[in-house]
Structure formats: structure tokens, C-alpha cells
Design a protein around this ligand. Structure first.
Ligand SMILES: [Zn+2]
Length: 298
């Protein structure tokens, strides 16, 4: 295998930390939760030799880690909370958008000549007809490189995955798409990964379930998400593709509180390059540099 064959899937899960066992952790004794069932002070149950790297989302800044600054850090390699002096919730502000505009992983890879690269998630027509005033760090990161967004039409054609990969939320919003099983969604995402050198996929219902403190919803989505990930890993060529799963902060692993947690997050790395990548990661700021180094051979 030459360097130019290598590819990476960054699988981002919002609000998944490494918690302790107990009645408030939906992953405790949850059947079918591997590889997401990672607990403090325990050797995790691995799947396909994935390496779990407990990763620091607090980044040396006081307070609870938040989505906008955490995602900016993951997607740029810049310690965003340190750069702006605080953890920023929700959507990135001007200061964070500036960091994303300059250092987005999509832009770094494009500038280094790594292509094709893509964001696998689909956007609904509302996004294109009336652009929201606030956009996610991910959206801004994709735009920083001038990449195209995938659409619901792409979902219908088997060429995109919605953030709810089952399509249930799309159907509730009135879109004409079919329900997808975890296996079907994994087939579509695996195909996108095979066609690209870098793919980002984003899932954030975990964070919503955490804020809602909804144990039943949490168990349902975590079981489904774990199955989706296992099916995906089976379908990928892990000699060629390195898979890096990570999160911006904890939340769903402790439903005793509606807040984000202060826990470390699980970065899990699969593929032939997993040892080298895992060795580089300590905080969320290490993810983008590790990916750029792998794909540019530096
Ligand atoms: Zn949140």
C-alpha cells in the first residue's frame, strides 16, 4: 500500500464521554453496545482491534466543555477554548468561525492536494433555500474548503447519510425517503468512504438524549448506533482506511444531570495505521494533525 491509497473516516459523535457504571449510565449492562461501552478504570471490550484512547476535551480551560469550541478544536487542530478563553456552546461565534475558516481540516487537506474529500451527511432543502443565521462548526468547516453539501436527493440515490442515519427524522419532516436499517445505512456510508480519501460523518442525537435525560431513548439510540458502527467497520477495507471515532464532550454517559460532563471522551481508532494514530492523540486538538499527517505522509 502506498501513502496515496490511505484514507480516513472521522466518525464524530456529539456528547459521548467515558463514565462510570451505575444506574445513570445507559451503557452499563446494555446488550450490543460494543464498541461504545467504555467505562473508567476498565479494559474496554474491543471490536476489530480498535484502540481506545481516553481523550481530554477540557483543553486546560475551566468550565464544562461545549460543542462549538470542542468541534472547532476537533475539526481544526487549534485549541479553540484556549484561543478564545472559554468553552462556547451551540454554534460557533465570530472568533471560532475565523479559526475554522483558516484551519478547517477540509481546507488543510485541500491545500495539501489530498482529494477527493467529503462530508457524508445530507442537508435538507430548508438549509439551501433559507440559510440559517447560525451554522454548526461542521458546516463552517466544510464551507471553508468550498465543498458541496449532500442533499436529501443524494439520500434517495444512496449517496448520502442523514445525521439520523435511519431516515426516521427526515420522514417525520415530510421528506419522501425510505427507512434505512443500520446495515443499509452502513452500506451507503462505507461506499462513500471507499470513494474518498477523507470522509467526515456526524451524529448528534446522543447529545440531545443526554440533555433530555431520557434513559429509554439513550439505550435505544446507543444500541442502534453501536450496530451501525460495527456493520460499517465490517464493510470497510481497514487495510486502507483508518477510522477515528471521537466526541466533543461527555453527556449521555451520565443522565443524572442535564449538563455536559467533565469526563474524558473515547477516541477509538481502527485500521492498519491505528497504533501510529493512537500514539499521537491526547486531547481533541491532536485529531486533525494526526489525520493530516497520515494523509499527506508527513
Ligand atoms: Zn450539548
Amino acid at each position: 500500500m502506498t501513502k496515496s491509497d490511505a484514507s480516513v473516516l472521522l466518525f464524530f459523535i456529539d456528547g459521548l464521554g467515558i463514565g462510570t457504571r451505575g444506574p445513570f449510565n445507559p451503557l452499563d449492562n446494555l446488550a450490543g453496545a460494543a464498541p461504545l461501552a467504555v467505562f473508567q478504570n476498565e479494559t474496554p471490550e474491543t471490536f476489530l482491534d480498535g484502540i481506545v484512547v481516553p481523550t481530554d476535551p477540557r483543553l486546560g480551560i475551566e468550565g464544562r466543555p461545549q460543542s462549538a469550541s470542542g468541534q472547532t478544536t476537533i475539526l481544526t487542530g487549534v485549541n479553540a477554548p484556549a484561543a478564545v478563553g472559554y468553552h462556547k456552546q451551540g454554534f460557533p461565534n465570530k472568533a471560532l468561525l475565523e479559526i475554522i475558516g483558516n484551519y478547517s481540516i477540509f481546507r488543510q487537506l485541500t491545500d495539501a492536494g489530498v482529494e477527493p474529500i467529503t462530508f457524508a451527511n445530507a442537508y435538507t432543502s430548508g438549509f439551501f433555500s433559507e440559510r440559517p443565521r447560525w451554522v454548526s462548526a461542521t458546516t463552517a468547516a466544510v464551507e471553508a474548503a468550498g465543498l458541496q453539501f449532500r442533499t436529501v436527493e443524494d439520500v434517495r440515490n444512496g449517496a448520502a447519510v442523514f445525521m439520523d442515519y435511519t431516515n426516521r427524522i427526515l420522514i417525520e419532516r415530510g421528506e419522501d425517503v425510505a427507512i434505512r436499517s443500520e446495515v443499509e445505512a452502513a452500506t451507503v456510508l462505507a461506499r462513500i468512504v471507499a470513494e474518498n480519501r477523507f470522509t467526515l460523518y456526524e451524529y448528534f442525537i446522543t447529545d440531545k438524549a443526554g440533555h433530555a435525560q431520557d434513559m429509554d431513548l439513550a439505550k435505544t439510540i446507543l444500541t442502534s448506533l453501536a450496530l451501525f458502527i460495527r456493520e460499517l467497520l465490517i464493510k470497510l477495507d481497514l487495510d486502507r482506511t483508518t477510522v477515528i471515532l471521537t466526541s466533543d464532550h461527555g453527556n449521555i454517559e451520565d443522565l443524572s444531570s442535564r449538563n455536559h460532563t467533565l469526563h474524558l471522551v473515547p477516541t477509538i481508532v481502527w485500521g492498519a495505521q491505528r497504533e501510529q494514530i493512537a500514539a499521537r492523540i491526547q486531547t481533541l486538538a491532536d485529531i486533525t494533525p494526526a489525520i493530516v499527517a497520515l494523509l499527506t505522509g508527513k
